[in-house]
Design a protein around this ligand. Structure first.
Ligand code: SDX
Length: 433
């Protein structure tokens, strides 16, 4: 931890005893109260299921101002990166902390490109899955299995091996995701092509077939690259926290990233992009929106507007703004003008953001609300939406993993609990129960 200690302290009084707790001030965001010694001093735990008020770590990678709707990667605003940068440059920024020089960028892109192929024997793992397996199930399995193939980059105490594992994961995730897609549609796997940029390579691995030539549409590859950039990292979200907790035990990076993929799959998190497009399709027409708004507000109905709301953003998610612009551009450039799903999305956003319930609860579209419309227009099935999120977020997971592993103060994560179960009692033989 940088030395953020301030002269400020927090005083906690329990049963008449005062406890002084040090406070730290961040570069941006709220001060924190250091409670690490609280249990030793006062024999009490703090209680915060869901971590609504708990900083689990210090970090220098990403900062979100939920009230302003601002997202910074190493200090650079996401809208500037989405407009002026590209995904592999953002990967460099997240991994190494600064924008690369032209030489540094060329070297990094060359290192990633030269790791895009997967060990040939790994393709047999796919055959163990049913063809209708969700691609996320395949991603969890195959990425975890990388620990069985890349033994020379699993020792997390070796900085060189950590670097190789990082580059391998960023490089191979698109290949694995594309193979999962090809497997699900019964088409042959397509090898990466190292003369293509990251996004174009992913599209050709997904959509080209050996039987004919394939030209990547530059509009689609630019949009794909922007989607990767918008999903790259996002502070200590659920899947990143999963990766950090798994890594704190010293588990190898491939296993920890597989754990992150598993967590991302949930519909409350990365699975929301698939759920959001399926919801928009289920609504179908603008006139049915009020029915769904009513359901979202009904406490007795578990239905939620997918792609809406966020733990941190209490204003518009800046990524959703960029995604919305991109959806307009891509559909327009593709000549898709009257996309009913986009019409429903825009009308739903307009109605919801003017509705008392959503205003009071500060619920706005998040990154998952518009992304599916673009991915759908590109030809991806909804089942590939979350795997694409996982491809993009891998660099965020890896950057946060590196930051934690390189921190000499790193400890295994081991939360405590508020125990509400039975008090001590003796065993009763079955005949006496
Ligand atoms: C991602 O953390 C990250 O950074 C995640 C992410 C990233 O880049 O890593 O940004 C990616 O996961 C985006 C979020 C994708 N999920 C969804 O779109 C699913 C729908 N949204 C929700 O389930 C919800 O908004 C969450 C999970 C995103 C946030 O949940 P919180 O912060 O725990 O908020 P909550 O569930 O306590 O809701 C607060 C209130 C509740 O009402 P009350 O109990 O106060 O009466 O708002 C309501 C909720 O019922 N509410 C919604 C709603 N989201 C919250 N009501 C209707 N529709 C919704 N979408």
């Amino acid at each position: 931890m940088q030395d953020n200690a301030t002269t400020k302290t927090a005083r906690l009084t329990i049963d008449g005893t005062d406890y002084e707790l040090p406070m730290y001030s961040p570069t941006a965001g709220p001060d924190v109260v250091d409670i690490r010694k609280l249990y030793a001093q006062a024999q009490v735990f703090t209680y915060d299921p869901g971590f609504t008020s708990t900083a689990a770590t210090d970090s220098s990678i990403t900062f979100i101002d939920g009230d302003k709707g601002e997202l910074l990667h190493r200090g650079y605003p996401i809208d500037q990166l989405a407009e002026k940068s590209h995904y592999l440059e953002v990967c460099y920024l997240l991994l190494y902390g600064a924008l690369p020089t032209a030489e540094e960028l060329e070297d990094f892109e060359l290192r990633v490109t030269s790791h895009t192929m997967l060990h040939e024997q790994m393709m047999y793992l796919f055959r163990g899955f049913r063809r209708d397996a969700h691609p996320m199930a395949i991603m969890v399995g195959v990425v975890g299995a990388m620990s069985a193939f890349y033994h020379d980059s699993t020792d997390i105490t070796d900085p060189w091996q950590r670097e190789v594992a990082s580059v391998r994961l960023v490089a191979k995730m698109p290949t694995i995701a594309a193979m999962a897609y090809k497997y699900s549609i019964g088409q042959p796997f397509v090898y990466p092509r190292n003369n293509l940029d990251y996004a174009s390579n992913f599209l050709q691995m997904c959509f080209s077939v050996p039987a004919e030539d394939y030209e990547v549409n530059p509009i689609l590859s630019r949009a794909m690259d922007r989607i990767f950039t918008l999903h790259a990292d996002h502070e200590q979200n659920a899947s990143t926290s999963t990766v950090r907790l798994a890594s704190s035990s010293g588990a190898n990076p491939f296993a920890c990233i597989a754990a992150g993929i598993a967590c991302l799959w949930g519909p409350a998190h990365g699975g929301a992009n698939q759920a959001a497009l399926e919801m928009l399709r289920e609504i179908g027409t603008v006139d049915r929106i009020p029915e769904y708004i009513a359901r979202a507000k009904d406490k007795n109905d578990p239905f939620r507007l997918m792609g809406f709301g966020h733990r941190v953003y209490k204003n518009f998610d800046p990524r959703a703004k960029v995604m919305k612009q991109s959806a307009d551009e891509v559909l327009d450039l593709l000549g898709i003008h009257d996309n009913p799903t986009l019409q429903v999305a825009k009308e739903l956003e307009k109605i919801a953001t003017h509705d008392e319930y959503f205003i009071e609860k500060k619920l706005y579209p998040n990154v998952d609300f518009y992304s599916g419309i673009i991915l759908d227009a590109m030809g991806f099935p909804t089942s590939m939406f979350t795997p694409i999120f996982a491809v993009a977020r891998t660099v965020g997971w890896i950057s946060q993993w590196k930051e934690m592993i390189e921190d000499p103060a790193m400890k295994i994560g081991r939360p405590r609990q508020l125990y509400c179960g039975a008090s001590r009692r003796d065993y009763v033989d079955v005949e006496n129960r």
